[in-house]
Design a protein around this ligand. Structure first.
Ligand SMILES: [Zn+2]
Length: 194
């Protein structure tokens, strides 16, 4: 599994051009000519997973169930936070955690049926445990701005028809530290539901 060092991602009304650079010095260009079924910030969530050493992220590597699970988990955690952050609302930890917990349970058990269709045969609780064990909150604080900028435009336009270019680097120094206590608290709540 390769780890990302730099990403140059262009979203052009759903057409996607990405240049991915890896920590082993290799790079790759990827093009997607038609809009994906997922939202723009889902792509950023994949990349955030890709900056980790040990978190499956590559949507092009089959079977990609776990990569999708991880990206969807990051997408939901950061989308919920973006909403509170943008509106300056106090965070409702109970409702937010329950929404994320239920969504990820549905995603793994009913939608992707990972325990049947993926060779790991992992249950939703095993997947959730793996995710929290591997996720690095520092990496999320480091790349939150890339996610947030994409989320804001996507949320305002309410369609894939916008253009944005996001550059991400493992050297990114603009960390949004507010995300740290949020994630720790959400993890605590989600574990309590399990
Ligand atoms: Zn995906």
């Amino acid at each position: 599994m390769k780890t990302l060092s730099n990403v140059d991602w262009v979203w052009n009304s759903g057409k996607v051009f990405s240049t991915l650079q890896f920590t082993d010095g290799t790079s790759e260009n990827r093009t997607n000519d038609k809009p994906p079924p997922t939202l723009a910030c889902h792509d950023i969530a994949h990349f955030i997973c890709g900056f980790h050493q040990d978190l499956e992220w590559d949507y092009q590597k089959e079977p990609n169930h776990i990569a999708e699970y991880n990206a969807v988990f990051v997408e939901h955690l950061l989308t919920e936070f973006s909403y509170y952050y943008y509106n300056e609302y106090p965070i409702d930890f109970y409702d937010t955690s329950l929404r994320i917990f239920n969504y990820m349970k549905w995603f793994s058990e009913d939608y992707y049926v990972i325990k049947v269709r993926h060779p790991s045969r992992k249950t939703f609780l095993e997947l959730q445990k793996d995710f929290f064990k591997r996720i690095d909150i520092s990496i999320l604080t480091q790349h939150f701005t890339s996610f947030y900028n994409t989320w804001i435009i996507q949320d305002m336009i309410q369609s894939p028809n916008f253009n944005i270019n996001i550059k991400m680097s493992d050297k990114e120094e603009n960390k949004i530290e507010e995300i740290r206590p949020y994630l720790l608290q959400i993890e605590r709540y989600i574990n309590a539901f399990s």
